[in-house]
Design a binder for this molecule. Structure first.
Ligand code: ATP
Length: 199
């Protein structure tokens, strides 16, 4: 499994459609200060479901949408699509290539897609569990991340190891199961109350 390409349109400093192809091996993005290198990693985290605008170095939701420049008008939407090679089947989906896309509008609407089929953020989170490429995965190591891992508390450090060991999926499923169990217990208790009233 490897990241094949990223397509960016309207995201931060990329008004026109921009495609970056990642060949096997190492790809370096170089450029002068302020030319948009970090915006590429922001785009990757954003499409993978980053919800915190602060961690994308913005203040409000629309800060990820191109705000205009001397020659170009501001845009009303942005979209980022990430294509992952899945020939080895690491992603639990029946496709050899998977494209995850996120579109957001200034109005606040936002939508996720897997292979052009609209989906929930939850579906993307589940698809990427234990691969290390989720928004909280360790595949994006930005400035300060290593320090954060080393100086973090035991439970947050444990999460990194659990993701690498492939067991976060089970923790997630356990938590989901516990939530469903709680809802079922509440429903059962309501049914018992109604039953008692009718009797
Ligand atoms: P450095 O090497 O200094 O870290 P960089 O190449 O990583 O810089 P970025 O931080 O990715 O650069 O990009 C900063 C640029 O992105 C700034 O010029 C900023 O004006 C521009 N930018 C950020 N958000 C938007 C937006 N919503 N609309 C237009 N431009 C934006």
């Amino acid at each position: 499994m490897h990241l094949k390409k990223i397509e960016i349109r309207g995201f931060k400093s990329f008004p026109s459609k921009t495609e970056i192809i990642f060949e096997q091996g190492i790809t370096s993005i170089v450029g002068p200060n302020g030319s948009g290198k970090s915006n590429v990693s922001d785009a990757i985290r954003w499409v993978l479901g980053e919800q915190s605008i602060k961690s994308l170095r913005g203040d409000k939701l629309e800060d990820v949408i191109f705000a205009g420049s001397e020659n170009k008008k501001p845009m009303s939407f942005c979209e980022v699509a990430l294509t992952i090679d899945n020939k080895d089947g690491i992603l639990d989906i029946d496709y050899s290539e998977v494209t995850i896309k996120r579109v957001a509008y200034k109005s606040g609407e936002s939508q996720f897609y897997i292979n052009n089929k609209s989906c929930r953020l939850k579906d993307i989170k589940e698809l990427l569990l234990d691969t290390g490429i989720g928004k909280e995965g360790y595949s994006i190591i930005e400035q300060g991340k290593i320090d954060e891992i080393l100086s973090g508390n035991v439970s947050s450090r444990r999460k990194v190891f659990e993701e690498a060991a492939g067991i976060s999926k089970y923790r997630y499923k356990k938590e989901e199961g516990e939530k469903n169990l709680k809802i079922t217990k509440e429903n059962l208790s309501r049914i018992c109350d109604i039953y008692d009233e009718i009797e």
